[in-house]
Ligand binder design. Sequence first.
Ligand SMILES: Cc1cc2nc3c(=O)[nH]c(=O)nc-3n(C[C@H](O)[C@H](O)[C@H](O)COP(=O)(O)OP(=O)(O)OC[C@H]3O[C@@H](n4cnc5c(N)ncnc54)[C@H](O)[C@@H]3O)c2cc1C
Ligand code: FES
Length: 358
Amino acid sequence: MARFHNLTVTDIHKTIRDAVVVTLAPQNGAAAEFDYIPGQYLTFRRDFDGQELRRSYSICAGLDDGLLQVGIKRVDGGAFSSWANEELKPGDTLEAMPPMGKFHNPIDAKASKHYLGFAGGSGITPVLSILKTTLAREPASEFTLVYANRGVNTIMFREELEDLKNSYLGRLTIIHVLESDAQEIDLFTGMVTPEKCAQLFEHWIDIKSVDTAFICGPEPMMLGITKALHDHGLSDDQIKFELFGSGQPGRAARKASLKVEGETAKTTSATVTIDGTTRAFQMPKDGQTVLEAAIENNLDAPFACKAGVCSTCRAKVLEGEVEMVANHALEDYEVAQGYVLTCQCFPLTDKLVVDYDQ
Ligand SMILES: Cc1cc2nc3c(=O)[nH]c(=O)nc-3n(C[C@H](O)[C@H](O)[C@H](O)COP(=O)(O)OP(=O)(O)OC[C@H]3O[C@@H](n4cnc5c(N)ncnc54)[C@H](O)[C@@H]3O)c2cc1C
Ligand code: FES
């Protein structure tokens, strides 16, 4: 089970005015815990005026950079991102859980594939890590990146991307789409909509040759791009996406009726296992999630976003049924196997057995 570790900030610098790149070194011999797969993220925790906040940031370094690095873009009025941009400095200690997330694809040195990445704003961070590692470790593969930003000044990692383009001439194509800055080619101005994707696929990107697409950005943009990719023949398992925030109800929530026949009690006898420790307790069927009940009963249950986005709170239901009200993180096959996001789950049956260790 993932636990928090201390990491030292060894470097912090601006990539644009409103975003910092933070380099971290795990303390107390925990380096191996922070081995990561490109596309994964770290979840940090920090106390803000007596309230613990947990926030996730994707690793932006590639495996061959030999660094553990995240990029944090300041969100207006945002607690953690503003603090990181304004106050965090080298020598400070941050607490983070080991890398998590499933936004990745296996790297195969012999592969000769075409990958397509769509990133919006700070959504570039995991895509950059994947792009750098793939180009370095799959010498016959190519990568096309469509990177959407408001204007030139808000393009994170702009110089690094230019350098990569020069290093991987012929294998890396980058298309910057800018919402408000005019560009030589009209198609590259505006929002990345399904219509714009269709035009890009017609004139600039050979969509038929694409093996896998990675999408990370604001949810409406991601949904539009997913639609366009489907319309052009890509299947669900060829499309990987990572959501940074959540504004809408999720997809693939576990289908369950609100009432299960014969399950009449107002409370549930819950049995929860974490780190090999099992605890049994009563919890209400309404008003409290499985995660909240576990924490209230002194179990150290893991969580970060509490919004069904990050999957840190994932566990398996071994007995009983739950209603999962939002799911932006689990794949359909995981839901079918009984995995749930406990921050989004309410019990439906009189008995519930949940295991965080599986
Ligand atoms: C898997 C994952 C990976 C991510 N990777 C990255 C990454 O690589 N880089 C990156 O920059 N971000 C990333 N994010 C997003 C990041 O985790 C945070 O959500 C983001 O930085 C905002 O956090 P914050 O604490 O700064 O803002 P918050 O304090 O959570 O505020 C968010 C917004 O809500 C508003 N708000 C806050 N409190 C209130 C209130 N009481 N009333 C009304 N409005 C309010 C704020 O003004 C702000 O606009 C990722 C998220 C996930 C889930
Ligand atoms: S804590 Fe993020 S999905 Fe539950």
